[in-house]
Design a protein around this ligand. Structure first.
Ligand SMILES: [Zn+2]
Ligand SMILES: [Zn+2]
Length: 341
């Protein structure tokens, strides 16, 4: 089969098309014919290195996968050959540890992430454990279905589960990337008042179209803009898809008792904070770590019902994986780039 193999770490040129064997499913594994695979910022971090321990060899990136079941391992359950499916971001979780049993399998210490510890979806076929595949509704196309498990599901985790957003509350969505644009839609669907922030004036219209009641361009005064949009009160919840660079802006944008939710690959920046500014105002800081299987199913339900529309900026053939990475690195896209084998 054709696959995009990552040969060493470095610039996009390390992604090369190779012919490799189609894997055979064992135990509870399922062989999926890949119809679409999203390109995530996480793929770029893995490609760039530094080398992480335990990466698959050969390393095929991609954890946002949709396709059809082609073959089942002898012990695989709950799926049929020909069924349309999409993946959680993982190839394997243990299923029985305290994290797996409490809807937090994203923190399972035995998990193998697709496109990292396990070969991923930049290929014609991929192996995924039966527990990590979900039925894809007929009215959700493959490109949209591919990105629900990451860009929509993690936004659902942040807004609904970790952020505990309720109707009538105000939500700040910081960052207009793949996560942000879906978090806006989900917060709006939940019945919240939504304020979005972006560094880029060119993205204001897309954020308004996604459902933001107000959009603040960060350079015009981040916290001041958010307060103006909430009658001076600040927001109840902030979803931070950016990281350290905007932490203090977000802190100053919070209403008393507000919840700050960290989500996505944070930049690695160090932030110095006077703890009293968190404690005195009763602020919470929580983390939404990727998407559980249940969160993926909830996100798929919102997509199938039309409440949330997955934003695919463009699709490209598998052979253009390097070009796709350049587009994402240059912030040249609004929504996801999706590869089609
Ligand atoms: Zn992703
Ligand atoms: Zn586990």
């Amino acid at each position: 089969m054709r696959a995009v193999v990552t040969e060493g770490h470095g610039p996009p040129d390390v992604l090369v098309i190779r012919d490799i064997d189609v894997p055979a499913p064992k135990g509870r594994e399922v062989l999926v014919r890949v119809r679409a695979c999203g390109v995530c910022r996480r793929d770029i971090l893995v490609r760039q290195g530094p080398h992480r321990r335990g990466l698959a060899d050969p390393l095929v990136l991609g954890h946002e996968i949709s396709g059809e079941v082609v073959a089942l391992g002898p012990d695989a359950r709950g799926l049929t050959v020909g069924e349309r499916v999409c993946s959680t971001q993982r190839e394997y979780v243990c299923g029985c540890c305290s994290m797996c049993r409490t809807d937090r399998e994203t923190l399972c210490s035995d998990l193998r992430f697709l496109g990292q510890e396990a070969s991923g979806g930049y290929a014609e076929y991929v192996i995924v454990g039966d527990d990590n595949l979900v039925h894809l509704p007929d009215n959700v196309d493959f490109a949209a279905g591919a990105i629900v498990g990451c860009a929509v599901g993690t936004a659902f985790n942040a807004v609904c589960d970790t952020g505990r957003t309720r109707p009538g509350e105000s939500v700040l969505i910081a960052g207009a990337g793949g996560l942000g644009i879906h978090a806006i839609q989900i917060a709006r669907a939940v019945g919240a008042r939504v304020v979005a922030t972006t560094r880029s004036p060119a993205k204001v219209r897309a954020l308004e179209q996604a459902g933001a009641h107000a959009v603040v361009v960060a350079s015009d005064g981040f916290a001041r803009g958010v307060r103006e949009a909430t009658a001076g009160r600040g927001v109840d919840i902030a979803i931070d898809t950016v990281g350290g660079a905007v932490f203090h802006d977000i802190r100053r944008s919070m209403a008393p008792g507000g919840r700050i939710v960290l989500v996505g690959e944070v930049t690695g920046a160090t932030v110095e904070v006077d703890m009293a500014t968190i404690y005195r105002r009763g602020l919470e800081i929580r983390s939404a770590v990727s998407t559980s299987r249940r969160q993926l199913e909830m996100a798929l339900r919102m997509v199938a019902s039309g409440a949330v529309r997955p934003v695919v900026d463009r699709t490209l053939p598998l052979e253009e994986a390097a070009a796709a990475h350049r587009l994402v690195e240059d912030n040249a896209v609004a929504g996801r780039v999706v590869l089609i084998p």
